[in-house]
Every structure is written in structure tokens, then in C-alpha cells.
Design a binder for this molecule. Structure first.
Ligand code: NAD
Ligand code: UD1
Length: 345
């Protein structure tokens, strides 16, 4: 069965492609490589021993997208393509609304034209904004505090409207918590451009010597050690969640949101300690002011996904740290430098 994967060369998309291929699906990738490299797809093929069909195409290019649908018999779409840097979205909001929202509208129009009405969408825990209590469940009122978050919120609403207008649609809105880790081979992983915004790639780049020390954004939050608490989830568990969501949309109708998280939070200092234990060396850090827009605590109530998708995160923090580090140490320059000894030690 052919599944269109938009943004399939990216961090989460490439890991999901592995699980799609391993499960017997045919993955058709559309990516403009604005935040990824073709090398990621070559490595997916290397890991799985399967061929991927890919198009270097922008989802905003309706004609090109129509061609993809004409040339293939697509049964469902997993839609990862989008821009995701919160800070950049504040300075360049139109770029984010254009790419994420207009891009999704073009995709939906083409899907409708080809009567493809099954969709798994990459939403984010960012749609919860700041809430009074944790864990966060799907029934909470959603809100967003920056343009990136608003694109996710708006797309969720657009997809609900699409379903309301035509109940044949089947849509899963996957609200990811904090994806980290990498495929166990160390061949693919997260490859942020420039200085990482997110905690884990920052820690591993300090460990590998690319950055001198970690800045801990605030130690005066109302948490047990004063630092922010997040629900880190292994990217391969997230990939498995997409397979379960795909099975769900292929077999039912509706538009439902699901948290993909572990249900357990770790503080910044606990993450530093976990990586120190894995890597066997100190991660130097300095406490700095809070990062504007950050919240104190975020972790999922993952029970809806467990009940309705039959999915649960299986991999623990030690495995997440091991696989993040395995990827980073074998690929200190990400996908840029290709050497012969990149396989697991
Ligand atoms: P990523 O940047 O690694 O992957 C996104 C991919 O989409 C990239 O390969 C990029 O080149 C492609 N892309 C972007 N705009 C495109 C366009 N107009 N046409 C074609 N391709 C385009 O990001 P990721 O971490 O893999 O995230 C995937 C999705 O999950 C995104 O929508 C993101 O917002 C969402 N998400 C990510 C996280 C996270 O922490 N990584 C958390 C929550 C939600
Ligand atoms: C980020 C995104 C959010 C996205 C989420 C999921 C931002 C502002 N928000 O949030 O939209 O949905 O990822 O992947 O980018 N920290 C440090 N030092 C650093 C980096 C982070 O102390 O150099 C702290 C943060 O203050 C936070 C924790 O580490 O407490 C995690 O940060 P990060 O990895 O950026 O994730 P989120 O803040 O959850």
C-alpha cells in the first residue's frame, strides 16, 4: 500500500519511513529539503534494504503535487512537512503561516481531488500552551503563544472543519511531546542547522566538543530542582505511534487528537545527569535567565493513545540518551560529512 510522506527526509519523517517500510508499506516521499538532506533517505534505504520513491517537491507547488498523486496510488498521507523553529516564527511569521498553513491547504485540496481522505498530521504539545495542571490530556482547551504554535492550532481546526464538512475523512492529529533519540544504527538522527534550539541536541553537541557549555534556561521554576520539566520521547516510539495512527485512519472515520508522550517528565538537570552517565563525562553548564515563552512543566497523559491506538512508549530515558549520543558521536557534523565508519560501535 502506498503512503505519501510529506517531510519524509526530516528527523521524525525519516524514522517513521523505516517503520513504514519494515511494516510492508510503500513510502512515497515529498520533501523540498529546506531543513533536511537527501542523504537521510539514502540511509533509510541502507537500514531497511528497501527502495524509497522520492520527489524533491514543495507542498506549496500544487501542480507538482498533482503529478505525485497521478503517478502513484496513494491510500493515505502522513504530513510532517512544516517549519518548526519557534524563535524564527516570531521574527518571520508570514513565512510560517505561508509554509505550514498554505502548504497544508494545497495538500488537502489535492487529496480531495484524488479522493484520498486519510491523514495523519504532525501537531505538537505546543497547542496546550500554559495549563494549570499536568498531565496534559486531549480534552483541555488548546491555546498557542507564538506563530509556530498558532500554525499547529489553526491546522488542527482546519482539519476538524474538513471532517465536519465530509464525514468520510479520517484524520489523526498527533500531539508530540519532546522527541529525542535516534535509530539504533546511528545512521540517522536529528541534524539541526546552526546552533540547536532544543535541549538534547545542545547537550550532545557540548559532549562532542562543538559547543563549550550548556546554558540552562532558568533554575527558579516551581519544580523540584527549579529547572523546566518535559516529557522526552524516543523518536522510534514516536515512529511506532505513526504506524498505529495510520492503521486507525485506514480502518475508521473521524478526526481525533492523540498525545504521543511517555507520561513521565524529567528536569533539565536530570537530563544533564542522564547524559553524563551515558557518555561518561561532565557536561559543563551555566544557569542563565529563563527563555521567554518557556513553561515550567509539560508532560502527557498518554492514555487516549493507549486505549484507542493500542500504542504506548516502550523505550526509557537511558535508551534515549544512548541512541542520541550514538548518532551524534558517529556523525559530529550531521549528514554533512560522510565517513565509512558510521555504524554502531
Ligand atoms: P524536520 O524539519 O526535521 O522535518 C520537516 C521536513 O519537512 C524537512 O525535511 C523539511 O525539509 C520539510 N519541509 C518543510 N517545508 C516543506 C515544504 N513546504 N514542502 C516540502 N517539504 C517541506 O522536523 P521534524 O522534527 O521531523 O518535525 C516534523 C513535523 O513534526 C513538523 O511539522 C514539526 O512541526 C512537528 N513537530 C516536531 C517536534 C520536534 O520537536 N521535532 C515537536 C512537535 C511537532
Ligand atoms: C520546544 C519548542 C516547542 C516544541 C517542543 C517539542 C521552543 C521555544 N519550543 O519546546 O514549540 O513543541 O520543543 O519538541 O523551541 N533548555 C535549556 N537550555 C537549552 C535548551 C533548552 O535549559 O539550550 C530547557 C528549556 O528551558 C526547557 C527544556 O530545556 O525547559 C526543553 O527545551 P526544548 O528542548 O527547547 O523543548 P521545549 O521547551 O519543550
Amino acid at each position: 500500500m502506498q503512503i505519501l510522506v510529506t517531510g519524509g527526509a526530516g528527523y521524525i519523517g525519516s524514522h517513521t519511513c523505516i517503520q513504514l517500510l519494515n511494516s510492508g508499506y510503500e513510502a512515497i516521499i515529498v520533501d523540498n529539503f529546506s531543513n533536511s538532506k537527501p542523504e537521510a533517505l539514502k540511509r533509510v534505504e541502507q537500514i531497511t534494504g528497501e527502495k524509497l520513491k522520492f520527489y524533491k517537491t514543495d507542498i506549496l507547488d500544487q501542480e507538482a503535487l498533482i503529478k505525485v498523486f497521478e503517478e502513484n496510488k496513494i491510500e493515505a498521507v502522513i504530513h510532517f512537512a512544516g517549519l518548526k523553529a519557534v524563535g524564527e516564527s516570531v521574527t518571520l511569521p508570514l513565512k510560517y503561516y505561508q509554509n505550514n498553513i498554505a502548504g497544508t491547504l494545497v495538500l488537502l485540496e489535492v487529496m480531495e481531488a484524488f479522493e484520498v481522505d486519510k491523514l495523519v498530521f504532525s501537531s505538537s504539545a505546543t497547542v496546550y500552551g500554559e495549563q494549570q495542571c499536568v498531565p496534559l490530556n486531549e480534552a483541555l482547551r488548546v491555546q498557542a503563544t507564538n506563530p509556530y504554535g498558532r500554525t499547529k492550532l489553526m491546522i488542527e481546526q482546519i482539519l476538524q472543519d474538513v471532517y465536519q464538512s465530509n464525514n468520510n475523512w479520517s484524520i489523526a492529529l498527533l500531539r508530540y511531546f519532546n522527541p529525542i533519540g535516534a535509530h539504533e544504527s546511528g545512521l540517522i538522527g536529528e541534524d539541526p542547522s546552526g546552533i540547536p534550539n532544543n535541549l538534547v541536541p545542545y547537550i550532545t553537541q557540548v559532549a562532542v566538543g562543538k559547543l563549550s557549555k550548556l546554558n540552562v534556561f532558568g533554575n527558579d521554576y516551581p519544580t523540584y530542582d527549579g529547572t523546566g520539566i518535559r516529557d522526552y520521547i524516543h523518536v522510534m516510539d514516536l515512529a511506532d505511534g505513526h504506524l498505529k495512527a495510520l492503521e486507525k485512519v485506514l480502518s475508521t472515520r473521524g478526526a481525533e487528537a492523540y498525545n504521543l508522550g511517555t507520561g513521565r517528565g524529567f528536569s533539565v538537570l536530570e537530563m544533564v545527569q542522564a547524559f553524563e552517565a551515558e557518555i561518561g563525562k561532565r557536561i559543563p553548564f551555566e544557569v542563565k535567565a529563563r527563555r521567554p515563552g518557556d513553561i515550567a512543566v509539560s508532560y502527557a497523559d498518554p492514555s487516549k493513545a493507549e486505549i484507542e491506538l493500542n500504542w504506548r512508549a516502550e523505550r526509557g530515558l537511558a535508551e534515549m540518551c544512548r541512541d542520541s549520543w550514538n548518532w551524534q558521536k558517529h556523525n559530529p557534523k550531521g549528514y554533512k560529512k560522510i565517513t565509512e565508519n558510521q555504524v554502531t560501535s
